[in-house]
Design a binder for this molecule. Structure first.
Ligand code: SF4
Length: 392
């Protein structure tokens, strides 16, 4: 039952500053993914006064009736483009019936809301290249404005343990004195530990003392490094991506370039030396480049926690953490593979990779499960194995 209550709206700067760049966009959102049509829009097209629209809708929208929000699905041309996309790059529906006639998917993408009962988070999908630019390149992208408005919402019992873990994760991410890998490792220790004997806060205070005494980076360096395991994980996860990528999907160009680079780089035999070479690239090229743009990876982690509502309430926190590390592990390796293949570190290269990776990652409902299965098959499901994926 919905009740009247004060609802907190969280709006990050990247959301406020986003504007679709239309024809300037290196991709478009009219091909290569499921464009669902809500029931209201579907019915409106069936009864529309414009006969051409009525006919085209009948021919090109398949009735699937999965839910009121997902009543129909737009069919695609052979090249993967939406059947309503005209040769001039404009949308037929928009042309004949105006922007208001678009389905909510077309009207809102890449905008999204995360409804947490008395809190609404406004966010954008990283699968849009312009969103990737706003999120990663603006140092103030993750600054949040909070406003309160009266509204109707379903009261939800807050999951205090998850909310607390999320706050701690944000706090740790903001500790810019530590490397990204060490920050992710600390978040992992929080996720995996039982706080019934020692609270998370006392644990963090202990870590702060260790850091002051001999540096947390030193302890992180002492963790086991297993590059053979990295090799298997990288190959297995890249095969998951390869399986979900085809030339009609969004982001295909940069993603296939990246997968070509990674598969060319590896021979078929397990080779830890290749991994050494990959991380040498990270240390020699990417780390210095990123050091002058520290906001890029800080923003990425903050965005990930905010947008995915990490750790998800729908699964054990350890599972959310496994995916967080898998994403970081792959993106880091792919950046290295791209520069080994001859590219130079650049914002454009980074944006191309991040948006194309998330086009596969966020618009494929089976991707997360496939990644998890793959990690489990490669024996990368224990906390120690996951931490080892962070090591260079
Ligand atoms: S992908 Fe983003 S910037 Fe490109 S056309 Fe779609 S909304 Fe606009």
């Amino acid at each position: 039952m919905k009740i009247n209550m004060a609802i907190k709206h969280l709006t990050p700067n990247f959301y406020k500053n986003f504007q679709c760049i239309g024809s300037q966009c290196e991709d478009d959102c009219c091909h290569g993914w499921t464009i669902s049509i809500d029931k209201k829009t579907f019915t409106a097209y069936e009864k529309h006064t414009n006969q051409e629209l009525r006919l085209k809708a009948k021919e090109n929208i398949k009735k699937v009736k999965k839910s009121h929000g997902h009543w129909g699905e737009i069919q695609f041309k052979e090249n993967g483009a939406c059947k309503f996309l005209q040769d001039d790059g404009l949308c037929f529906i928009h042309r004949v019936a105006g922007g208001e006639a678009l389905s909510s998917t077309c009207k809102t993408y890449p905008r999204m809301t995360i409804d947490k009962g008395n809190e609404i988070r406004h966010t954008l999908s990283l699968s849009c290249p312009e969103v990737s630019r706003q999120v990663l390149l603006d140092p103030s992208a993750m600054l949040l404005s909070i406003t309160e408005r009266k509204g109707h919402a379903v009261a939800k019992t807050p999951n205090n343990a998850n909310t607390f873990l999320q706050q701690l994760a944000c706090h740790i991410i903001e500790n810019h004195a530590l490397s990204i890998e060490v920050r992710l490792w600390i978040i992992g220790m929080l996720v995996h530990r039982d706080d019934s004997k020692l609270s998370h806060i006392d644990f963090i205070n202990q870590l702060a003392e260790i850091d002051e005494r001999d540096g947390l980076e030193t302890h992180f360096l002492a963790l086991t490094k297993n590059h053979t395991l990295h090799w298997w994980a990288l190959r297995a996860l890249s095969n998951v991506l390869l399986g979900s990528t085809n030339k009609n999907r969004r982001g295909y160009g940069p993603m296939s370039q990246c997968l070509d680079a990674i598969f060319n780089f590896f021979s078929q035999d397990s080779d830890g030396n290749k991994i050494e070479e990959l991380y040498y690239e990270w240390q020699q090229k990417w780390q210095p480049w990123l050091a002058t743009r520290p906001h890029i990876l800080n923003n990425y982690l903050r965005y990930w926690v905010y947008h995915q509502d990490f750790p998800s309430e729908n699964e054990p926190a350890q599972n959310s953490y496994q995916l967080l590390v898998a994403d970081f592990f792959l993106l880091r390796a792919y950046l290295c593979a791209l520069t080994i293949a001859g590219a130079e570190p650049s914002e454009q290269l980074m944006i191309g990779l991040f948006y194309s990776y998330h086009s596969q990652r966020l618009h494929n409902s089976t991707f997360a499960d496939a990644v998890r299965n793959s990690l489990n098959q490669s024996n990368l499901n224990s906390d120690a194995a996951i931490y080892s994926m962070l090591k260079l």
